[in-house]
Structure formats: structure tokens, C-alpha cells
Design a protein around this ligand. Structure first.
Ligand code: FNR
Length: 378
């Protein structure tokens, strides 16, 4: 009701409360350059479209006359009690959207009590972002570097910064064919953006002939070689397990057999995600992949979900299909671009308020009550 009460003095929200409008508003206000990098997808956008279509196809069947006066959105994820089944997904290079970049987004998450997953490809070194994170849960996303020493250095820095869980992204061994970036010949990393964790890393620096500030081009080329290792396979995961004592979550799982392998290996969780449709064009919508994965490993692993979440009912649907919590990508990057920390807080608050109302108006009081029965059969 806060928005309506403020409205009695004539104030209206600075940003739309329908978060599906944010992309258009951001392009209008900030132009299409860096926004194109955020909004863009792989190929001609078929997977990004499939992500939306998969969620849109699902239908909630509301129930009535159930006491929904007291509601509790909190859930337990990876040993932490979260205020809602929600976290900010790792999104790299946030400085292209706003100079406040990752620390501003992290402060917004902390102010709202939701976890922030810091990307390996952040524009700000992890130590600086950690300072902005307050008491909220902090998780670190690893783009698994080719070099073992750099990997070990990232893990030990992340540990020192208080990151409790490690999200290992597996769907990006190579960067996909992304026409919006190709047409602009624009890749932020080649301008030294999104490389802060690497350029400040002693193990990374050890591989350079000259300091980063003396030869940026050489540092960028070293980054290109270091960024990922497309030859990695399942047994390589043992190295991470040996060197990280907290929860490990594999991000970018879509196939039930991969989910089973993850469970057999002994990780703690997975994110059913296709990177917001930014990697494989023509792939299955992430919400279409979710039920098969939940059936395969739902009783063995914490299953998280992302790719396409834009509204409160999307969260409801993902949870009803068996996800424990969802991650949000692009919309918070738009919020950041439009209004810095306040913009990210606006996005978090709108989404969670809408989820709370969807839950209640459909006759439920907690996320734990949601099962596929809450949806119409398809
Ligand atoms: C991403 N994503 C991502 N994932 C990751 O593991 N590490 C990263 O550095 C990034 N960087 C990144 C940058 C940008 C601009 C976008 C849009 C996305 C993927 C992200 O974590 C998440 O999986 C998707 O964004 C979820 O889809 P939606 O919510 O954007 O539809």
C-alpha cells in the first residue's frame, strides 16, 4: 500500500511497476549501446523467447476461502534462511549500466535482505563489493579459469570475502554467437570491463610480462586465454570440491541426466538455467526443462531456477514446478541502469510484492505449499 499512500500526496513511482516494461524504458533512456549487451540473446533470440513462452503457457488455478491472512515467504536455501525464494543472479560488467555497478546492486540486495551472487566477471574487485554487502547472504559465481593457480586464488579470495556458496557456471565454455554484440563489434571485456577480479589477482598478474596498467592489451589477451577452458569434463569438478569447503551449486543445467550426474558427484545444488537464452539458440525454454530435472533430482539436490523470470506469477510457477527459489537477471540490471541502487531496490520490491499477492490471491500462505497441483495440467 506504500505506493498508494504516497500517491495521496501526488507522488507516483519513478519506474514502472510492470517490470516487463523496463527493457523498453531502459533503451529509451540509455540508448541501445550497452543496453544491447544486456538485453541481447544468442542467435535470433529463439531461446529467450522460449523461456517466456514456457512460463506463459503455464496457468495458475486460484483457490478460495483459505485463511491467507498470515503469510511467510521465507525459505531455506543452502543452509541459509532467506526472506523470500529469490536472489539476484550473477550479472557481469554492471558498470556498463551504471557507474555504481556491482556495489550499488549489492547494497540494494543487502537493504532488501536478499542474496547477491557476485559474478567472476564483475567490473569491481570482489573485495570492494564484499564491503558493500552488509549482513545479507553472499554467494560467488565462478567462471572457471583455465589456470589452476588463478582458480585457487579466486577461491581463497572469495572465502576471505565471506562468500559462503560457490556457483560454478557451466553453460559458458565459449561465448555464444550474439548478433546484437557482433553487429556493434562490442564486447565489454575487450575494453577491460568485467575483468577487475582477474586484473587485481596476483596469480593472474604473475602470467603477465608487464603490469596491467602498462600494457592493457596484453592483459586483455591474457584474460581471453584464461577466461574459460572448453576442455573441462565432469571429473575436473573434483578439483573444486577439494578446494572449496562450502556448498557448490552448478549453474546452467537443463538435461535430467546432467542433473543426475551432478547429484551423483555430490554437489549441493543446481540452477536450471540457460543463461537467459544467451548461449544456445533454439534451446528448450528453461521452465520446460524444469519438471524433468526436478523429477530426476528434486529429492537429492537444491534446485534453483532462472531464465525468463519477470513477474510475481513467474516465481509462483517456477516454485510450483519444484524450484526452491529463483534468480533474476536482466530486470535488476535495467533497474540499476535507470536509477542505481534505488532502481534495483524498486525491482526487488515490486517483484516480491507481486509474488506475495499472487501467492495469497491463489489461496496459499507459504512457498512450501506450492506443488504442480497449483497449476492447470498441460
Ligand atoms: C548474465 N548471466 C551471467 N551468468 C553467470 O553465471 N555469470 C555472469 O557473469 C553472467 N553475466 C551476465 C550478464 C548479462 C548482461 C546477463 C543478461 C546475464 C546470466 C544470469 O546469471 C542469468 O542466468 C540470466 O540473466 C537469467 O535470465 P534473465 O532473468 O535475464 O531472463
Amino acid at each position: 500500500y506504500e505506493i498508494y499512500l504516497n500517491g495521496m500526496t501526488g507522488a507516483v513511482p519513478r519506474l514502472p511497476t510492470d517490470l516487463t516494461l523496463l527493457e523498453e524504458v531502459t533503451e529509451q533512456r540509455l540508448g541501445t549501446g550497452p543496453v544491447g549487451y544486456v538485453a541481447g540473446s544468442a542467435g535470433n533470440g529463439r531461446t529467450a523467447h522460449a523461456n517466456r513462452a514456457a512460463l506463459d503457457r503455464l496457468r495458475i488455478v486460484p483457490r478460495v476461502l483459505r485463511d491467507i491472512s498470515k503469510r511467510d515467504l521465507s525459505v531455506e536455501v543452502l543452509g541459509a534462511r532467506l526472506p523470500a525464494p529469490f536472489a539476484l543472479a550473477p550479472v557481469g560488467v554492471l558498470s556498463i549500466m551504471h557507474p555504481g555497478a556491482e556495489p550499488a546492486a549489492a547494497r540494494a540486495a543487502a537493504a532488501q535482505g536478499v542474496p547477491f551472487i557476485l559474478s567472476s566477471a564483475s567490473s569491481t574487485p570482489m573485495e570492494k563489493v564484499a564491503e558493500a554487502m552488509g549482513d545479507s547472504e553472499r554467494w560467488f559465481q565462478l567462471y572457471w579459469p583455465k589456470d589452476r593457480d588463478v582458480t585457487l586464488s579466486f577461491l581463497s579470495r572469495a572465502k576471505k570475502c565471506g562468500f559462503s556458496a560457490l556457483f560454478v557456471t557451466l553453460d559458458t565454455p565459449l561465448l555464444a554467437w550474439r548478433p546484437r554484440d557482433l553487429d556493434q563489434a562490442y564486447l565489454p571485456f575487450l575494453h577491460g570491463v568485467g575483468t577487475a577480479n582477474y586484473f587485481t589477482d596476483p596469480a593472474f598478474q604473475a602470467g603477465l610480462a608487464k603490469p596491467v596498467h602498462e600494457d592493457l592489451n596484453a592483459a586483455v589477451l591474457h584474460w581471453v586465454q584464461m577466461f574459460s577452458d572448453p576442455s573441462k569434463t565432469w571429473p575436473d569438478l573434483a578439483f573444486l570440491r577439494e578446494n572449496w569447503d562450502g556448498p557448490i551449486v552448478l549453474k546452467g543445467i537443463q538435461h535430467p541426466d546432467d542433473a543426475r550426474r551432478a547429484a551423483d558427484f555430490g554437489v549441493d545444488g543446481i540452477v536450471v538455467s540457460n543463461h537467459g537464452g544467451r548461449q544456445v539458440n533454439g534451446a528448450i525454454g528453461s521452465a520446460d526443462a524444469l519438471p524433468g530435472v526436478v523429477e530426476a533430482v528434486g529429492d537429492r539436490l537444491t534446485v534453483l531456477f532462472d531464465s525468463g523470470i519477470r513477474t510475481g506469477d513467474d516465481i509462483f510457477k517456477a516454485l510450483a514446478l519444484g524450484a526452491r527459489a529463483v534468480l533474476l537477471g536482466r530486470p535488476y540490471a535495467y533497474g540499476l541502469g535507470l536509477d542505481g541502487q534505488a532502481g534495483v531496490e524498486h525491482v526487488i520490491r515490486c517483484l516480491l510484492a507481486e509474488f506475495d499477492l499472487t501467492l495469497a490471491l491463489s489461496g496459499h500462505s507459504t512457498p512450501g505449499e506450492l506443488t504442480p497441483d497449483a497449476l492447470a495440467p498441460i
